[in-house]
Structure formats: structure tokens, C-alpha cells
Design a protein around this ligand. Structure first.
Ligand SMILES: NC(=O)c1ccc[n+]([C@@H]2O[C@H](COP(=O)([O-])OP(=O)(O)OC[C@H]3O[C@@H](n4cnc5c(N)ncnc54)[C@H](OP(=O)(O)O)[C@@H]3O)[C@@H](O)[C@H]2O)c1
Length: 239
């Protein structure tokens, strides 16, 4: 591995990367010399993000895709492979939050959160894993949350999706580690993005999207015999 260009020749796919944490991760992987495919649902925002990355010197492919839709996921993976080659790094970052007491939550909101945060990661991971197994290498990194570890009032649906994502990660890690594929999970505390209003919290004390990108960079540059399986990351001062 060339320390100046550690991901040279590698291909990364980051879901939900038109803004926020996903965009920061895509930029960081690009700066480490990976070619990066990004997806999101809003085409204009996605094109803007792809252009921003290209201006920063990152070889970028933007593919509009909704990770809850199997057909979109298949096309996303296929277009990435065609443009750049086999995927070395998958970052399952796309996520949404709906908050409030479970007994007041609609079935539609339950489905939207679970389908995006959990089923989406299942669909993308299932789409890339066979080729990673063939090539006996790969990283799958799931962006969960401290809400995947801690309960709080109004967090029922979101926590359920992230606790599920934790379970999916731990089991996939066991399915795949014998093939040299590392499946890991990052659990951030509050990050200053457009994700939710974070009412009553001090933005200046929150984590920044770049802090999560920093962790992803550490995971994908560790040595082949080392497997950082889980990272919990909190703001130093409580926001
Ligand atoms: N911000 C926090 O405090 C925090 C803390 C811990 C964990 N997280 C997790 O970090 C991840 C990113 O959060 P963020 O703060 O960066 O959120 P964000 O600013 O709202 O960005 C979310 C991204 O995901 C995309 N997206 C949403 N649904 C999608 C779908 N079905 N298919 C494809 N793309 C989709 C959005 O674009 P479109 O809407 O155009 O699709 C956008 O690009 C999420 O998984 C979140 O749960 C966030």
C-alpha cells in the first residue's frame, strides 16, 4: 500500500452521499485515491454532490438510486462495476429518521425507516458480497448510530432499525471474514447535518461529518490481518 495513495486502484460505493456524512465519506475515500460511486434519490442534489467531488479531483460516478428498491440497487451496483470495476468498499450510509412515540407512529413511517436503514443495507450488501467472496477481499461498512446501542423516548422506530443493522453487521461479519472481507459498523453520536433538527442541542459541540469520514478512512487503511469491527464515536462535550 502506497501511504500517499492507499486506495489507489480501489472502487468505493457510498449510499446516501448527496450531502452530510455520506458526502464527507465519499470525499475522504476519493482523497485516498479510490474511485467513488455515490447514490441518493434526489437527482439534482446528487449531481451537485458529484460535481463538487469531481472539482475536488475525485473520480466520481453519481447514480440516482433508492436503496429500498431492489431494482435500483441492482442497477447501481452494475453501473458502478461497468464504470469502475469490482467494488472493494461498500459504505451503507443512506438513512432516515422518524421520531416520536411508537404508539403514535404510522405503519408507512415504520416501513420507510426500516426499509431504508435496514433493508437497504441488506440489499446492497447482498449485491456486492458474491464478487467480494470471489476476489477474497472487501470492506462493508455500515453507518449505524449510538441509537443502535441506547434506548431513548421517541426513538423506537429509529432505534429498531439501527439495532437491526447492528445484528446484520455482526452476523455478516462472521459469514464473510473467512473470505478476507471485513464487515464493520460505526455508531456516531449527534452529527451536525440536515438529518434532524437536533432540537435543544448545541451545533458547535456536535460531531462533524468529517469525523465519521475519518473513522471510515481508518477502517479501510488498516492492515490485512487487522479487523476493527465496531467504532462508537461521541462528541467530546455533550451537545
Ligand atoms: N446526523 C446524525 O446525528 C447521525 C448520527 C448517527 C448516525 N447517523 C446516520 O448517518 C447516516 C447519514 O446521516 P446524515 O446525518 O448524513 O443524513 P442526511 O444529511 O439527511 O443525508 C442522508 C443522505 O441519504 C440519502 N438517502 C435517504 N434515503 C435514501 C434512500 N432510500 N436511498 C438512497 N439514498 C437515500 C439522502 O438523499 P435523498 O434524500 O436525495 O435520497 C442523503 O444523501 C444515516 O444512516 C443516519 O442514520 C446520523
Amino acid at each position: 500500500m502506497d501511504p500517499a495513495q492507499p486506495l489507489s486502484g480501489q472502487v468505493a460505493l457510498v449510499t446516501g452521499a448527496s450531502r452530510g456524512i455520506g458526502l464527507a465519506i465519499a470525499g475522504r475515500l476519493g482523497r485516498l485515491q479510490a474511485r467513488v460511486a455515490i447514490c441518493a434519490r434526489n437527482v439534482r442534489a446528487l449531481e451537485g454532490a458529484a460535481e463538487q467531488l469531481r472539482r475536488a479531483g475525485v473520480e466520481t460516478l453519481g447514480v440516482p438510486a433508492d436503496v429500498t428498491r431492489p431494482g435500483d440497487v441492482a442497477a447501481l451496483v452494475e453501473r458502478t462495476r461497468k464504470a469502475f470495476g469490482p467494488i472493494d468498499i461498500l459504505v451503507n450510509n443512506a438513512g432516515i429518521g422518524v421520531f416520536g412515540p411508537v404508539h403514535e407512529t404510522s405503519e408507512a413511517n415504520w416501513d420507510a425507516v426500516l426499509d431504508t436503514n435496514l433493508k437497504g443495507a441488506f440489499l446492497t450488501s447482498r449485491a456486492v458480497a458474491p464478487e467480494m467472496i470471489q476476489r477474497r477481499t472487501g470492506h462493508i461498512i455500515n453507518i449505524s448510530s449510538l441509537a443502535g446501542k441506547n434506548a431513548f423516548a421517541g426513538g423506537g422506530v429509529y432505534c429498531a432499525s439501527k439495532w437491526g443493522l447492528q445484528g446484520l453487521t455482526y452476523c455478516m461479519a462472521e459469514d464473510l471474514r473467512a473470505y478476507g472481507i471485513r464487515v464493520s459498523v460505526i455508531c456516531p453520536g449527534t452529527v451536525a447535518t440536515e438529518f434532524s433538527p437536533h432540537t435543544g442541542k448545541d451545533v458547535a459541540k456536535m460531531l462533524e461529518a468529517e469525523d465519521i469520514a475519518h473513522v471510515v478512512a481508518a477502517l479501510v487503511t488498516q492492515s490485512a490481518q487487522s479487523f476493527i469491527s465496531e467504532v462508537l464515536i461521541r462528541p467530546t462535550q455533550k451537545p
